[in-house]
Design a protein around this ligand. Structure first.
Ligand SMILES: *[C@@H]1O[C@H](CO)[C@@H](O)[C@H](O)[C@H]1NC(C)=O
Ligand SMILES: *[C@@H]1O[C@H](CO)[C@@H](O)[C@H](O)[C@H]1NC(C)=O
Ligand SMILES: *[C@@H]1O[C@H](CO)[C@@H](O)[C@H](O)[C@H]1NC(C)=O
Ligand SMILES: *[C@@H]1O[C@H](CO)[C@@H](O)[C@H](O)[C@H]1NC(C)=O
Ligand SMILES: *[C@@H]1O[C@H](CO)[C@@H](O)[C@H](O)[C@H]1NC(C)=O
Ligand SMILES: *[C@@H]1O[C@H](CO)[C@@H](O)[C@H](O)[C@H]1NC(C)=O
Ligand SMILES: [Cu+2]
Length: 292
């Protein structure tokens, strides 16, 4: 680990907690609200998304790497329908109470009085309403849930076999330090809600069933790096029969190691070695698209 004054200043600029996660999804024109980490969990029912907390996971071997802290299904969770071959867009922007249009960052005094979910430390009076970080890859994974009347709601995500369906790594002809080198930077490129989400395709021939989808942002500016995984439930439809082979399947935790080049490089960006690094290996298995 390499302590860095520069990067710790970046992390806590404005005294804000510059973190976040997937706040909503869109599938075939339908908008699905996500879990609100700043509200108590008990009354958040009928969501496709599992519980998450805005604080990053800073250890790739942590149990939190699977589906974020307390990635339990919410009460009466449902599975959002999506046809194999169609797309799902994850949205890291929000317009929740700490939002003030035209300002990327807003402190809402009323937020200081909100009820803190059990087991959490709450300091969420100041928050960004779009994604804050700009360096590191985006990845999306799926895992098939075992048969159950409640579908994925009964599944423990750390027991599932995950496969990667999409990634956005370093753009060609860029140093890992460059502004504009990563799609992650686009997610917070504007101060209003026009910031893009990330759209990924469900493999067209994938066997139908209940699946968890796991979106992950990996922020590599700091050492340790920051992982932001969030999971949601999908009912995938279609008449395909394809399933990934063993060589595509991983567990979380397990898929990532500290020694992975794309993790080990974290914290070097503002040193000469980082500026000179023009290749980047996205952590995890190779992508499975279901195509031959
Ligand atoms: C949750 O819902 C129950 C039943 O409607 C209600 O009594 C309780 O006050 C609600 N809690 C919160 C934090 O909104
Ligand atoms: C998981 O995340 C929560 C919330 O950020 C934290 O309190 C807890 O210590 C983490 N667990 C582990 C094993 O790191
Ligand atoms: C993301 O969600 C915000 C808040 O609901 C909305 O204004 C914005 O249009 C969404 N963006 C995308 C790309 O879906
Ligand atoms: C927060 O709660 C305290 C104590 O109940 C109260 O005095 C204060 O006015 C509240 N602040 C806001 C912004 O609601
Ligand atoms: C690659 O980047 C360098 C410096 O950023 C630039 O001068 C050059 O034109 C780029 N090459 C291509 C093929 O885009
Ligand atoms: C870049 O490529 C070199 C040579 O193959 C490798 O040793 C290094 O780990 C790679 N760096 C990253 C960040 O993937
Ligand atoms: Cu952050």
């Amino acid at each position: 680990m390499k302590p860095s004054l520069v990067t710790s200043l970046i992390a806590f600029a404005n005294g804000a907690y510059a973190h976040g996660g997937v706040y909503s999804y869109e599938i075939d024109g339908v908008h699905y609200d996500g879990y609100k980490w700043f509200d108590p969990p008990d009354n958040q029912t009928n969501l496709m998304q599992r519980r998450w907390y805005y604080w990053p996971v800073q250890d790739p071997l942590s149990e939190n790497i699977t589906c974020n802290y307390n990635g339990a299904a919410v009460p009466s969770a449902f599975h959002a329908p999506v046809h194999a071959g169609h797309t799902i867009t994850a949205n890291w922007s929000n317009n929740y109470p700490f939002d003030k249009p035209g300002e990327p960052f807003y402190c809402d005094p009323a937020m200081t009085n909100r009820t803190c979910p059990a087991g959490f430390t709450c300091d969420f009076s100041c928050m960004y309403h779009h994604w804050y970080h700009g360096h590191g890859p985006l990845t999306a994974y799926l895992a098939r849930c075992p048969p159950s009347p409640n579908g994925c709601s009964d599944a423990n995500p750390s027991t599932l076999s995950w496969f990667k369906i999409a990634e956005e790594g370093l753009r060609p002809n860029h140093s890992i330090t460059d502004a504009g080198a990563w799609m992650q930077g686009d997610l917070g490129a504007t101060v209003d809600h026009a910031a893009p989400g990330w759209t990924v395709r469900i493999p067209a021939r994938l066997r139908a069933g209940n699946y968890l989808i796991r979106h992950e942002i990996l922020m590599i500016e700091l050492d340790p790096p920051q992982f932001y995984p969030e999971c949601a439930q999908l009912a995938i439809e279609g008449d395909g029969d394809a399933e990934p082979g063993q060589e595509y399947l991983v567990k979380f935790p397990g898929a990532y190691q500290w020694s992975d080049p794309g993790i080990k490089v974290s914290g070097t960006l503002y040193y000469p070695e980082g500026r000179a690094t023009r290749n980047y290996t996205v952590p995890g298995p190779k992508i499975w698209t279901g195509e031959f």
